[in-house]
Design a protein around this ligand. Sequence first.
Ligand code: AP5
Ligand code: MG
Length: 195
Amino acid sequence: MRLLLMGPPGAGKGTQAANIALRFGIPAISTGDIFRANVADETPLGVAARRYMDAGEYVPDEITNAMVADRIVRDDCRDGFLLDGYPRTQRQVAELDGILSLAGSRLDAVVLLEADTEELVQRLLRRAEEQGRADDTEHVIRRRLEVYAAETAPLAAHYTERGLLDAVDGLGAVDEVAERILRALAERSKAASRA
Ligand code: AP5
Ligand code: MG
């Protein structure tokens, strides 16, 4: 299974990625988590990424693409992976396509988690209180939502055209959302086996 999990900040990508990855026995790879670990360790990658993250801007494509290219060729990705929060730009889409085609593989599905803006802001403000993530201030949350709308939301149309996109309602209990995602993936695999 080679899956992408897309959706705006706070849609539940990280929450659902863990569950899906467990279900399919594949690694969940979150570019945001990798950047945060590097920021915490003050690595050169972390130092380069931090100012973009703190401002709610995307880390430049060259940096992000190199990081993902290095990650998904590792052994644990041989039978598949779930990418949470990548690709987010046209150039990242092209990079991922290039990596997969070199490896003779392709994507199986792209899950788009949807939720309305006020719910997203409320979730992230709640997380700010619980976890204190640096970019969970109201000002930066709103900027992250703007950047998502401008750069990433349009990619959904691209994956729809390729017949890969499943849009899933991200509102409701975590378990209900998980169930919707698994149902969408199961339908897709049934359709693929009929074809
Ligand atoms: P990243 O870490 O990916 O942040 P994000 O996209 O803003 O998304 P979040 O992680 O905030 O939300 P999520 O969708 O994972 O939701 P979660 O499950 O946590 O990226 C951070 C930064 O890194 C970017 O701004 C950028 O600078 C950089 N970056 C990362 N990838 C990049 C890329 N490809 N290119 C360039 N730069 C990149 O849930 C949110 C909260 O809601 C949690 O508290 C959770 O418990 C709660 N929750 C989840 N589901 C539910 C539910 N159903 N009901 C109620 N609450 C829920
Ligand atoms: Mg996340």
